[in-house]
Design a protein around this ligand. Structure first.
Ligand code: F6P
Length: 326
């Protein structure tokens, strides 16, 4: 049985940093594709696999028992070759050779740039936002964020216990090279005294020192600073703050543990919905789209327009985090 609008074969790949829920999205794309009567191909290691023809046939059973697993069974890569015209050409040629009429790309903005380049070479693409950073501008939500923020929140609660016992200052570094959403949400969820976001941090350490000393006078037993990876240097910062305040200060870098683990219900359901939606719009004949969550609904945007959109750090949440840290 052939799919609608001339689509017979679709491909799916995961690209960039992995995120919990990517497997649920892969499962939805594969099984929804098969339900629509399509052939489904899995491309391993993201665009690297497409450039190297690492393409496998996917059956309903290929995606058994993965909905609850972190990581991505298709594996992923940050593919430098896709930044070159030769790389994009090779990827497009290989997609055409494999008979792929529609390619589902699960990843972040960087991965969508690759998808846009492929679309300019005649490959029909649909993006699904998947990154723990929440920094895909066109979408209110990205698959993996909820799991990652809950993983980090639980870890920070544990650091807080020991920080209070020892009446210390604790700097906890969370992921986010360019984006502070994870740091902001952890800061709010963990009741942090300071949240350092790459988007707005002014590198004024004296202000942090003054805040710590003022809070000590108010009777606070600890001082939690959430520092985003993009600012980094948490160990040096801890040494400087200890020297300036006279208070024991420790740094904890949570690192890649935030990217792993079993996806939360929200990530599984969002990934499943977006995966099915991507296949539906391919079958409707839509071209060059990104699936997004906007105002509580799953919808889709043109990929060119999607990539031009901007998303800001919510000022209100930054303001309340400050007003509560007294
Ligand atoms: O996937 C997003 C992210 O985890 C960022 O928060 C972080 O800055 C980056 O990836 C780390 O990338 P890598 O996997 O190359 O260490």
């Amino acid at each position: 049985m052939a799919g609608k609008k001339g689509i017979k074969t679709i491909g799916v790949l995961t690209s960039g940093g992995d995120a919990p829920g990517m497997n649920a999205a892969i499962r939805a794309v594969v099984r929804s594709g098969i339900s629509h009567g399509l052939n489904v191909k899995g491309i391993r290691r993201g665009y690297t696999g497409l450039i190297n023809k690492d393409i496998i046939d996917m059956e309903a059973r290929s995606v058994s028992d993965i909905i609850q697993r972190g990581g991505t069974v298709l594996q992923t890569a940050r593919c430098q070759e896709m930044l070159t015209e030769e790389g994009v050409q090779k990827a497009a040629d290989n997609a055409k050779d494999a008979g792929i009429d529609g390619l589902v790309v699960i990843g972040g903005d960087g991965s969508f740039k690759g998808a846009l380049a492929l679309s300019k070479h005649g490959i029909n693409v649909v993006g699904i936002p998947g990154t723990i950073d929440l920094d895909v501008s066109c979408s209110d939500y990205t698959i993996g964020f909820d799991t990652a923020v809950n993983t980090a929140m639980e870890a920070i609660d544990k650091v807080r216990d020991t920080s209070t016992s020892h009446q210390r200052c604790s700097i906890i570094e969370v992921m986010g090279r360019n984006a502070g959403y994870l740091a902001l949400w952890c800061g709010l969820a963990n009741g942090a005294e300071d949240i350092l976001l790459p988007e707005i941090y002014d590198y004024d350490e004296q202000q942090i020192v003054d805040h710590i000393l003022a809070n000590r006078k108010r009777g606070k037993k600890h001082h939690i600073i959430i520092n985003a990876e993009g600012i980094g240097h948490s160990i040096g910062m801890a040494q400087r703050i200890e020297a300036a305040t006279g208070l024991e200060t420790r740094a904890t870098i949570l690192g890649h543990m935030q990217r792993g683990g079993s996806p939360t219900c929200k990530d599984r359901v969002t990934a499943t919905t977006m995966g099915c939606y991507a296949v539906d719009i391919l079958c409707e004949g839509k071209k060059s789209r990104v699936v997004v969550e906007k105002d509580g609904h799953i919808t889709d945007f043109d990929i060119d327009e999607a990539l031009a959109m901007q998303k800001d750090i919510p000022e209100y949440q930054v303001a309340i985090s400050r007003s509560l840290a007294i």
